[in-house]
Ligand binder design. Sequence first.
Ligand code: ANZ
Ligand code: ZN
Length: 856
Amino acid sequence: ESRYNATAIEQKWQQTWAESGVDRTVESQDKPKFYALSMFPYPSGNLHMGHVRNYVITDVIARLKKMQGYRVLHPMGWDAFGLPAENAAIARKIPPAKWTYQNVAQMRDQLKQLGLSLDWEREVTTCSADYYKWTQWLFLQFFQAGLAYQKEAAVNWDPVDQTVLANEQVDSEGYSWRSGAKVERKLLTQWFLKITDYAEQLLQDLDQLTGWPERVKTMQANWIGKSVGAYLEFPIVGMDEKVAVFTTRPDTVYGVTYVVLAPEHPLTPQVTTSEQKSAVEKFIEEVANESEIDRTAEDKPKRGILTGGKAINPFNGEEIPILIADYVLYEYGTGAVMGVPAHDVRDFKFANENNLPIRTVIVPENSVGKFHETSLQEAYTDPGVMVNSGDFDGTPSTEGKTKIIQYAEEKGYGKARIQYRLRDWLISRQRYWGCPIPVIHCPSCGQVPVPDTDLPIKLPENIEFTGKGASPLAQIEDWVNVACPSCGEPAKRETDTMDTFIDSSWYFLRYTDANNPEQVFTKEKVNDWMPVDQYVGGIEHAILHLLYSRFFTKVLHDRGLLNFNEPFKRLLTQGMVQGLTYMNPNKDSKDKWIPFSAVDPSNPIDPDTGETLKLCYATMSKSKGNGVAPEDVINKYGADTARMFILFKAPPEKDLEWDAADVEGQFRFLNRVWTQVTDYDASKIANANESLSKAEKDLRRAIHTAIKEVSEDLEGDYQFNTAVSELMKLSNAIKDAKCVDSPVYQEGVETLILLLAPFAPHVAEELWHNLGNRESVHLQSFPEVDSSALVVDEITLVIQIMGKTRGKIQVPANCDKATLEKLATESEVAQRYIEGKEIRKVIVVPNKLVNFVVAK
Ligand code: ANZ
Ligand code: ZN
């Protein structure tokens, strides 16, 4: 075949590879291991460009590592539980399992067309009972460790359909997706995992993750949100109770002029006086409808109201009012704060709006004794020196923090406290298409874990989905009613299923021993392959998925199941794929994107308003109608071109603008390589000469420069884009080489194919075989640099007269200054320009230039 026919060779090699098992994981211990992992997809039914980019990046790394002598684990699976399947069942009467498996089959085919070196024998599907059996088993590990518990929490409640809604089923205005009813908050008993027990470790161990983007680590640290401070108690006037607060600024305690409770705080009704009762109740009701974001937003006015109750500041004995306010959250700290308006921005605003006194207790060092209360224009939040603070006056505020805490501990006013923003993980879902929680509720024994031998607790089939009523599982009586495993009396199964983030918190462990029916995984295998050496996925998972996976790993480590405590050594978060999109700049963010299909490119106007549209790049999405379907590109140019384009167009962590012309450019490049290799005639290659000619030396230098650059680009930061440029340079050097019958030329052609193999695996394989090789190109060693080939033996020397470049000459590399001066003086250029003039001075810059200063 003389023409590059991508479709034909891609189909041929995909089939050959599947049959020969070249992509199967090798377990042999004599090679170092490398675990390359892409975040597994949700089986929505269609592969999009974001997936393609993700999997191609991981594939290049996996293929490269294999060629570099590693045994590589490179698996794929499906994050297959979740709401869309259930919504499809409600809307279209397709059983969730059927819908899911259809999608899986479709997407698996699409993935296979990309030529990914995946070991399909390790495929995991989280909704299959042989996977979720182990999800249940792991849940019970948490349960036995006291890390899974039930408590009340608010859920979204649809009062019309009488059902719990997932957040995704509630629109941005707070209405149900199905009934259209205004969604209410309702307290229900829910399951939680105690991730807060691991807050400190999850924070500390971020330091170990040197291969993670700083940005992701910062996001995780902020999410965990550690604050160091004090827990202080303020006695309530006329009651035995105390208001407990958490503060990060114990040094300001003499500046407290009021305390504030969250409206939901249990003390609120107790401290409220009869005069304030109706106003307080009204206020509580109003706050109940505010979102947490509105309540805490800096720019929104903070509202509060006096309860009429009074507390005492134990440090100075002062009586201060107790308020309730929307900005104090019940879920954080103790649900109450001490108000220090002089030194906290929010308190300052709040005090001014509500006419509360402001008292300065910290001043800058240079203004001790000079400050005036009335001059305070804004809160002073910097460190300084304590004033108005009794015996602590004159203490630097940073020292004051510890001193106040010490004093509080002595006097019994409070103690040091560390507070995290991280909450326990609510894992209960009142939904069908998820992993059933393996617990049985017995009237006499309480919560009884399902015995291991009864796992998996399978989801019942043939259910009618109406989207109404209690959770679907609760309606299936013969599934719900069971004998208690402990006492044998009638009991009921838990009907909640697990958050799908649980399924994805351990799938990477299962891949190491994916088909084990007896165990979740063997220690040997999991400890051999883990941790993942390179994880690749979207930045949208920077917090939850990655934090939950780290949490799972730590718990299982502490249970003795794993010998490592971080799952992902290195993380690459790839950028978005963007497409050209028509935009109406006058419209709101949600409506401003106008689908391509609705616009006439010769007259780009908004079909609704007639306004002129702008063309710009935006992340590809269904709603914008600016996506490019992977199969369209594959059908037109082949998967190899699609891969090359994606890798070449942008560094992996940057956004990538889809550009048809650049896709075409990569197709032309592969065609050029094709022709180059096809035109190469091995029978013409002569025996090696004693010493290499200049042409041969030049080509060898180009070959080994390419090897060096590509290897370096693929090490560390994975700069695939510059690596592809190096391949193009090498191809050019081969084209220009004047030594087509030399063994060096053969080396050039073979090296080009080998370097290309991880990027464009099909065409590389075809060309490799066309050269007469029998073994797969993907089983070859990645070329190594011969550094002697890199040595430059000639350099270009610039000749300048009076600082002006007049010409260039070739001279041997690394000559000393005297030789360079001599060669330059003798050169034809110098002779011509100097002719007859007196040379006053010669400046020599070794390996670069010689400058002659001459008399005028
Ligand atoms: C008095 C004070 C004086 C405070 C001052 C700050 C500056 P982070 O860093 O986020 O932990 N706070 C405590 N619990 C709260 C709650 N449930 N809702 C709203 N605010 C709460 O912030 C801790 C600080 O946030 C605490 O320190 C408290 O205000 C407030 F000059 O106490 B501070
Ligand atoms: Zn029982």
